[in-house]
Ligand binder design. Structure first.
Ligand code: AMP
Length: 129
């Protein structure tokens, strides 16, 4: 069965899309740790990042770098952190989270953003991509 992220990539489930190319797709995390929290996923389904072939893994990092640069321009922060967790959704994904201090990266504490706020930040990141 297709993962929820494959359904998002195919447009079967809505998302706040940031960018895509032939092999990768980026969209806002629906329960953001910080405003602008973005997920980057390879279009191929594999549930563990270190099972990806080298080319797909390298491509994921390069696409994530482009997305991170767009987030940096759209969201005030010191830097974009990158994390891989993968305990909830069995489809490899990278978390890109704007932070200004270590305590900003707390997966146990999620932000409550309205749909309007999510749409606005997605639009702003897209505009900088
Ligand atoms: P993990 O697999 O532990 O890295 O966590 C999965 C992440 O995916 C969590 O941060 C969720 O908030 C996020 N997530 C789950 N479903 C969706 C969705 N439909 N749209 C956007 N983000 C999602």
């Amino acid at each position: 069965m297709a993962t929820i992220f494959t359904k998002i990539i195919k447009g079967e489930i809505p998302c706040y899309k940031i960018a895509e190319d032939e092999n990768y797709f980026a969209f806002l995390d629906i329960n953001p740790v910080q405003k602008g929290h973005t997920l980057v996923v390879p279009k191929i389904e594999d549930d563990y990042i270190f099972h990806l072939d080298d080319q797909t893994l390298a491509g994921l990092m390069l696409f994530s770098k482009k997305v991170a640069k767009a987030i940096e321009k759209a969201v005030p922060c010191k830097r974009i952190s990158m994390a891989v967790v993968g305990l909830e959704v069995p489809h490899t994904h990278v978390h890109l989270i704007p932070i200004s201090q270590e305590s900003d990266l707390n997966f146990a504490k999620k932000q409550q953003l309205t749909p309007e706020e999510m749409a606005k930040i997605a639009e702003s990141i897209r505009a900088n991509f």
